[in-house]
Ligand binder design. Sequence first.
Ligand code: DLL
Length: 434
Amino acid sequence: MIWNPENECMDTGALRRLQFARLKNLVERVYTNVPFYKKKFDDAGIRPSDVKSLGDIAKLPFTTKDDLRDTYPYGLLAVPQDEIVEIHMSSGTTGTPVVDAYTKRDMDDWAEGMARTLSGAGATRNDTVQNAYGYGLFTGGLGTHYGTQKIGATVIPVSSGNTEKQLMLMRDFKSTIFTCTPSYALYMAEQAREMGIDPKTFHTRAGCFGAEPWSENMRKEIEAAWNIKAYDIYGLTEITGPGVAFECEGQYGMHVNEDLWYPEIIDPATGTPLPDGEKGELVITTITKEGTPLIRYRTRDITFIIAETCGCGRTTRRIHRLFGRTDDLLIIRGVNVFPSQIEHALIAIEGVEPNYLIIVDRNPQTHLDEVELHVEVNVEGFSDETKDIERLRNHIEATMKSKLGVHLKVKLVEPKSIERSIGKAKRVIDKRKL
Ligand code: DLL
């Protein structure tokens, strides 16, 4: 099902011309309206008039997550604030959130991206979409919600969690499509079986899964457990949210909605653009965005562009399933956590050292991520009294839960027992086999 054949199946030459026109307009808008960009361009010796072709995008400076953090909350706004109708955010390296602010048109583009995404998974107005992505500041819940409404399907805004209720609604309302993180899809299947229900007996026929790394093996598991087609979908808060790229029925690579979000691949070490087919860091320019447009945003996600035309008829280029990230961002049960946030929280706690080790694993039964955080007690915090140790442990767990939004199992270890390193400290052991 192609939602918008006019844009999704556009002749490639016409698409490039449209992208160039939009890029040119964007560059002028940010140069005039966003002092941050004016300075960045001036420092790089670039004028908007230097952008004479789409290829000239390579002359423009990059935008990074740090730039977003440094300009929190509204420093990247390119329109007067009264034009902003919604904001979303996700946490950044130090816990300072990165903000995305949307105008009415940005909301339309977002809904459009998600309408195309859901249509890629075969959704039509006749479907009932059970949306188990979290609602709130996270973009998964509301983005999927707007897209579902745009195609005129029925949305069940159940949000994440509450698995028994999910399954009840799925049965009673005969949900045909469901959306959540891939690990939650597996967890739901497991819970259904535990309740004596075979997940294959629901009416679900497809799911749109993303927001965290997963693999072809996980796809096979999800498809077999539910007897559905499982589609990979991609997006990030900074660039609007989900709806940036999605799989079609070919299930190989995600079509980038490149009339709205222009993709490039660069060598993460040098910043040099790489040709289609070569693996590197995905960089995105929000060519139609009004609220908080971004020039060449470094996503830190590793993939390559599949330029070959797809059998589905769409002419938009695809990105390969993500291979990982260039930074140490951990996505735990769909929540973004940087090890530095843990370090930051530990520094404020008395009795412990900011020496820690994060061990991430995926429980084979529940398919949920589990994190054990080893924290070194210092001499003051060291006690032979079990109740003192227990109190400290509970305090750290509660602090982590409130600061990061995920539960970490804390294990206190003796002073100086965590291995010191002379180079980059190895803080994370990721045992997940995705
Ligand atoms: O996760 C937006 C989203 C919601 C995407 C629902 C898909 C579905 P953030 O919380 O800002 O936004 O996290 C963005 O998650 O840079 C990737 O590293 C990772 N990610 C998102 N989709 C995928 C995917 C949402 N399909 C970060 N595969 C991104 C692997 C993904 N990683």
